[in-house]
Design a binder for this molecule. Structure first.
Ligand code: BES
Ligand code: ZN
Length: 395
């Protein structure tokens, strides 16, 4: 059982606002919901998940549990229009499909392509450093800041510069949301022969802090910058056969807001998303330099196997596995809608950077841009290999 220390501390410190709010629908570890006295509307023992209604006092109770235990579970807030039973039932059927596949899966191998090997050599960790320094210098990138889009506008400007001269067909836009004033950014690079098949590569651009500035160097300037560097090299190789969409999401830290709306819309429009890569925190090698944690909940067995093959063929990191125990980042938004997701992470959960969501999430000597570069490699291979293949989730 895992509680997100970050979300709950945030909740605790923002509880002055929460007091005026009514009970909110939440998806949480069943035992956490029960311990906090929240109303459990629906539950699934096998998933250890409950859909409950937690009023502000119960949310604070969850916060207390977290303070007592250090860490033991987390929760996601859900939109009130979702039916409790439906949320759990659809999640359960997705998890069951993944588990069934994982049991009888065959080893995936990739053919090593010289053009991808050459492209990987062009990635430069100094570019990641420059981007992280720049993003972390904003006082915050908080979605509830009175001016929540200053960095979004400037990031868009940088992307437009990068796109000048690109020979393929592309579209860059800010996506407005109903749940937050902050905008997400989407760069659509149209596939040449199979444009309706979409590979999504994304991370959240927003940051949050309990007190003072929210530099969010690791969380998640690092993932955003790793994606940008992968994009830079991808552009010099031309478009892929499939469409590649790069996302920098809004409002993740306030409950996966941007990605939730986007994934919901893609599902409603029956878009064919063949893969979703989420990069959230790539800078702190807490489990060792070159050790990457592949998160196994809210991610898909097929795509995790594919990333193992990407790593074996092109990256050479040491992959370990762990779980968040809750929908800890934007991949959960996509997973819930039935799209295949994967989330390679800077370490395992226990050894991640514990300065996130504070003014201390800055670049210090323990950070490693060589570590971040490995994630850019994974993103670039996904764009160039999966982007030019016909492979898709076989279930
Ligand atoms: N990057 C963090 C969380 C994270 C923690 C990712 C551990 C992977 C492993 C993310 O931005 C975050 O803070 N998420 C929230 C949850 C969200 C639903 C508000 C959290 O973990 O509290
Ligand atoms: Zn994050």
């Amino acid at each position: 059982m895992k509680l997100s220390p970050f979300f709950l501390v945030t909740l605790f410190s923002l509880s002055a606002f929460a007091k005026t709010d009514p009970a909110k629908p939440v998806l949480a570890s069943l035992n956490v919901l029960q311990a906090a006295g929240a109303k459990v509307v629906s539950s699934d023992a096998g998933l250890n998940l409950g859909y409950g209604l937690a009023n502000p006092a119960q949310q604070e109770k969850i916060s207390e549990i977290m303070h007592e235990n250090g860490r033991c579970g987390g929760f996601e807030s859900l939109s009130p229009d979702l039916k409790a039973g439906d949320v759990l039932a659809s999640l359960k059927s997705l998890v069951e499909k993944d588990r069934a596949y994982a049991k009888k899966r065959k080893l995936l191998t990739l053919e090593k392509k010289p053009e991808i090997v050459a492209a990987l050599k062009e990635l430069d960790e100094n570019n990641i450093r420059t981007t992280v320094e720049w993003l972390a210098a904003f006082p915050n990138r908080y979605n509830k800041d009175p001016r929540p889009n200053v960095h979004v506008d400037q990031f868009e400007g940088r992307l437009r510069n990068l796109m000048t001269g690109f020979r393929g067909s592309w579209k860059l836009e800010q996506i407005a949301h109903t749940s937050t004033q902050q905008k997400s950014l989407r760069l659509h690079i149209e596939g040449t022969t199979r444009p309706r098949q979409i590979v999504v590569i994304g991370g959240h651009l927003d940051s949050i802090s309990r007190m003072g500035n929210a530099p969010g160097a690791d969380d998640n300037a690092s993932g955003s910058a790793s994606i940008l560097e992968a994009l830079r090299v991808f552009l010099s190789k031309g478009p892929a056969e499939r469409t590649i969409e790069f996302f920098w999401y809004a409002g993740e830290e306030s409950g996966l807001l941007g990605s939730k709306e986007i994934a919901g819309k893609y599902k409603a429009e029956t878009k064919n998303v063949v893969a979703v890569l989420q990069l959230d925190m790539t800078l702190f090698p807490g489990a060792g330099q070159g050790v990457i944690g592949s998160m196994e909940d809210f991610t898909s067995a097929w795509l995790r196997d594919y990333v193992v093959a990407v790593n074996d063929t092109y990256v050479g990191a040491q992959l370990i596995t762990d779980t968040c125990g809750y929908g800890c980042s934007d991949h959960a938004s996509w997973y819930r809608q039935g799209f295949p997701t994967v989330m390679p992470f800077e370490a395992d959960f226990d050894r991640m950077n514990h300065n996130i969501h504070t003014a201390g999430d800055v670049i210090d000597t323990r950070m490693s841009f060589a570590h971040s570069l490995m994630f850019a490699k994974i993103a670039l291979v996904m764009a160039m290999d999966l982007g030019n293949s016909t492979a898709s989730q076989p279930y």
